[in-house]
Structures are given as C-alpha cells and as structure tokens.
Design a protein around this ligand. Sequence first.
Ligand SMILES: *Cc1c(COP(=O)(O)O)cnc(C)c1O
Length: 384
Amino acid sequence: MLDELNRLREVGLYNNIPIIESPQGAWLTINENKVLNLCSNNYLGLANHPVLIEEAKNILDEFGVGPGAVRSIAGTMSLHKDLERILSEFKGVEASLALQSGFVANQAVIPSIGADAIFTDELNHASIIDGIRLTKAKRYIYKHNSVENLVTKLEEGKEYEKKLVITDGVFSMDGDIAPVDEIAKVVMEHNAILMVDDAHGEGVLGKNGAGIASHFNLHNGEVDIEVGTLSKAVGVVGGFVSGSEVLIEYLEQKGRPFLFSSALTPVDVAASIAAIKILKNDDSLVKKLWANGRYFQKGMQDLGFDTGKTQTPITPVMLGEAKLAREFSKKILDEGIFAMGIGFPTVPKGMARIRAMLSAAHETDDLDFALEKFEKIGKELKVI
Ligand SMILES: *Cc1c(COP(=O)(O)O)cnc(C)c1O
C-alpha cells in the first residue's frame, strides 16, 4: 500500500482531499478561507435550503434519526413510500424504489436484471462499471455516445437472449448528453432493455428538472429503467430506481442492497420529499441554473477559453496537460476560486481540464468574480 501511495504521489495522481468547513453553497470555507465554490453537484442550491432544513427538523422530532433495519424487514417507513410516490409522479413513471445512494442503486438494479449481454458506453460512471462486474453477462463496450457503434455491438451480440443497454444521461466530465432518443430507437429494434443513469439530469434537464426522459419527450416506457440520485440537484443523499410496477416489485424481492443494507434515514427522506415538492411547483431554480451556465460559458468563451462540448451547466475548461490543469487549479484557489483540476485517468491523456460546476446558488456577481480570476490566471499561464 505504501509503495502504491508513493507511486501515486510521484506521478501526480495522489488525490489531496479538501476539507470543507462550512455548509454547501455558492461560497465555502476551506482552510479558514472563503472561496467561490465551482466544485459541488449542488446544482439548485438545495443542500442548505431553508425549506428542506425545516422539513428535516420536523421529521427528526417525529421519526428520530435511524431507520432501524433494512427496508425488507422493519426499515420501510411510510415516509419511504411517500418519497417513492412523489418521485414516480415527478419522473412520470409507474413506480420507484428509494435506495441508499445512486451508486448503490446501480449495484441493486444491474445484477438483478439477469442480462445475458450488457452494452455499455465507454465513459459510463464507475458505479455502472461496478454493477456490471457483479454480473456474469457478456460485456460490450461501445464508443462514447455513438449510436452507430452501439448498433454494431448489438449486431455482434444478437444471439444473446436478454440484452441490456446502459448509458449515463449526462456525462459529468464533459457535460454532454447521451442521444437517448436515438438509443431508445435502436434498443427497441434489437429487442433489448434500456437503462439510463440520470444522476446529472434530475433537477437539470426536462420540464421542471424532471430529467432526461422529459428532455427527450420519452414518456411511453421507451426508457425501461431509470437510475437517479438524491445527492446532486436534490441536495440530500440517496438514490432510486424508477420504471414499471413489475420492475420495482421485482427489485424489492431481488435487489441486494435493498435486502441487506439499512434504509435511508427519515431526515434524508423528508428533505428529499421537500426538494421534489419545490421542483414540482416551481422551475425558477432550474431556470436560474441554466441562466448561470449560459452566462458563465459565454463569458469564458469570450475570454478565449475552450469549454469543450458541454450541453449543460457543467463547464469543462479544456487545458490539455494534467500538469497545467493542476497548476491552474492551485493558482486560482489562491485567488479565491475553488475549481477542480481533472486529469488522466479520469479523463483521457492530453484532455486535462478544470471543471466548473455552476449552481442556482450563484449570483451574477459571483460569476463575474470567477470570470475575472479565470482571465487573470489564464493570461498568467498563457492559456488565453
Ligand atoms: C454521482 C453519480 C452516481 C452516484 O450517485 P450517489 O448518490 O452520489 O451515490 C451514480 N451515477 C452517476 C452517473 C453519477 O454521476
């Protein structure tokens, strides 16, 4: 272990984990310094929202802190059922199952499906990769967002009876969106099952942030399985699977994290319900997120930065070499901007970047401050 830790330090892949000394929001305290936060997945600013806090406090007094058991024995409270109902309404699906996290949701659903062959985008999230590792299915990895390559792979694997196609909805490193409408078409033609992980789509895409199916107007079961998280735009922690009533009933019997790991706490559930209620009634936070994304991306492009192929408020700032991305991130932190440098192996070699995560929590003044500092360091490091 020590050898490996030293190796990671030598090659610059050692992850120094920042310690946050404040609640989530537009600004964070790190090392007693106030810094502008461009790192969180708190897209809508709900992680420290007064309505969620109020609901959490009420439920804390009423239901206590612990769930007491796994969902299948004594851990399913009426609250969990309320959350599942409101999630299903929000996503426009028959049924949903709440789980402990988005990561866990993938471990619950992928092995349970019992697919003979799995077709997976090469850039899918680690939790999908690990979920696939728990199966004995034949793996087909298709080129990122390439429907053509997916079709080639589906043809190659057409002798397999039960075929499962899995894609992220929004890819978090580039901010690009999977062509789920076209994917749904070829999945249907090949008699396969389609699963989309909408972790970065909920609260961001579609009507009132209902997610990727809403974004593409897919409302007739074209997406068989949706995985979601309560940990990003929803602002709390937890995950879920959405789909048909039969799928959810099946997962209640077969999903191992549902059967063998304790339920979400009452506070997580109550806060998540409050968040979904806000989203259902009011799209102003979603609108503000997108307005902030557009404003910041235009500002960066006008300065001469390359913001890659993003289609969402996720803003990659393409820099090339990992060393440059690290240096940029370090220098801009000294200027009061917390924005993560990301290099190989998280992204391909030569594609290192700073990733700026925009949020509805930001005000225009915050974004202007960020643009000013990006300009300063960009010029200093001769990026622009
Ligand atoms: C973040 C993420 C997850 C994990 O969600 P958690 O609720 O944080 O465990 C799963 N899938 C994708 C695509 C993600 O981006």
